[in-house]
Design a protein around this ligand. Sequence first.
Ligand SMILES: [Zn+2]
Length: 273
Amino acid sequence: MSFEYAYVACVGLIIGSFLNVCIHRIPRGESVISPRSRCPQCSRPVRAIENVPVLSYLLLGGKCRGCGQPIGWIYPLVEILTGVGFVLLLYRFGLSTPFFVNAVLFSLLIALAFIDLFERILPNVMTLGGTVVGLLLAGLQSEVFLKGAGSVWGEGGIPSNYVNSLLGILFGGGFLWAVAALYLRIRRIEGMGFGDVKMMAMVGAFLGWQFAWLTILFGSLVGAIVGGFYIYLSKQGRRYELPFGTFLAFAGMAVVLVGPEALDWYLNRLGGS
Ligand SMILES: [Zn+2]
């Protein structure tokens, strides 16, 4: 049992190390496979022994061995986040196909969260590609997420998983698209990038329409609170462009871990009052 956790944690750290490469190269349109990783300051190639997740960062004292320039703390952070995320998924789902499906979703969301934070873009190759992957994997997803919504769609099962994944794409993308289009009409500025729309289509493909909705709710709530504080403290004014995708990505991960309980709690409260 504890071996499983240790193994999944290691796999998570290694995937996290690969996500760092994706975060830095995909926005620049570079290949994530070749060339080998280099120091961004002095272009010194990173040797295999210096590429062990987290450990290398600690052993190198957070500095490049060639030029002594500091290595961003974001590298070990992404690795640890992925490792912890995978362990939580294992705790939630056990070693099962839903674990695998949601580990794919976590990897996409972690990479997208940091790309949006640094670059304010959500690359199509990940959002649209992720939507296709989510739909293809729908048959393996937990029925907690893609269960049939009432008698119309059947009570779970493989066919309705795909139907609900499609509904998730339409709702997740469609809802945000409508908000973005409306905002553009009224304020005449793009308040929300259409990258967010495509990313929510992806979340919908993995989690279905109910949990896509919950993700938007969580993400908007946390985004409004954190963004409000940030704008207030930094005095950048309301023109500051929030990385909404970052909030949605973390909301999506939270929904995978506690979404069904949160939705039950919410619906019970609605029914009770
Ligand atoms: Zn260097």
